[in-house]
Design a protein around this ligand. Structure first.
Ligand SMILES: [Zn+2]
Length: 236
């Protein structure tokens, strides 16, 4: 029960799956979990690792002017600032299981809707990146059709993404890295973004660009969605 995809390098993800979609699992016991003590020690030493004398951090108190809204999965292996070499204040992040954007107008409070609205209306962000990733537990759960009744919150959340993914889920090969499913999901979430009036208005007036990325956790390659609908790696 408690094994997961071998070699995933996974410590703190909330979902993991077996190599053959045999079920939703929590951890690979062979992978060592970082201790909170170690994280706390790193946090206590944070100021020693950063050059506060440069004035960069003092300036952050004056406000934030991020370049992009970066929507990605909560997965611990995906670190937007590391992938993009972003400095504090440069990217505004929205993270959840499966980098899902609920369609506009869904009843109830939505952290996603609030974050999108704030990024565009208040921060004036002009680019939104939706970044899926390989070996995604959320996409794996959708692909496997696992019984998620013990995880009702996850089940309800993933149901948002399932209908538009149906054809991809049916045809995608049983590849543990799930490129077809994760990339198809990115395309669908970009479409969901367009359902927000605040997004559509800015797209129509040329004040906003949408980007689809797919990050491969075991190689570090970033695939970009092109106008032809394919994801490709571009030379650095
Ligand atoms: Zn994921």
């Amino acid at each position: 029960m408690f094994n997961c995809w071998p070699g995933s390098g996974l410590y703190l993800t909330f979902l993991c799956r077996s190599a053959v979609y045999g079920g939703v699992h929590r951890m690979n016991p062979q992978l060592r979990r970082v201790t909170l003590k170690a994280l706390l020690e790193r946090a206590r030493a944070f100021r020693t690792r950063v050059d506060f004398d440069s004035g960069e951090f003092r300036k952050l108190a004056e406000g934030q002017y991020p370049e992009a809204l970066f929507i990605t999965c909560s997965d611990s292996r995906v670190i937007p600032a590391m992938i993009t070499a972003a400095r504090p204040g440069e990217i505004f992040e929205l993270r959840n299981a499966g980098n899902i954007v609920p369609p506009y107008g869904r009843p109830g409070a939505s952290g996603e809707a609030a974050t999108i609205e704030y990024a565009l209306e208040v921060l004036g962000v002009q680019d939104i990146v939706v970044c899926g990733h390989s070996h995604c537990g959320a996409m794996g759960a959708l692909k496997s059709g696992d019984d998620l009744s013990v995880l009702p919150g996850v089940d309800a959340w993933l149901r948002i993404a399932r209908p538009e993914l149906t054809s991809v889920l049916r045809t995608a090969p049983d590849d543990p890295s799930l490129p077809e499913v994760s990339q198809g999901n990115v395309v669908n979430q970009l479409a969901a973004l367009r359902s927000y009036p605040v997004v559509r208005q800015r797209l129509d007036s040329g004040r906003l660009r949408l980007h689809g990325w797919y990050y491969e956790v075991d190689t570090g390659f970033v695939y970009e969605l092109g106008d032809d609908g394919d994801f490709r790696v571009h030379a650095a």
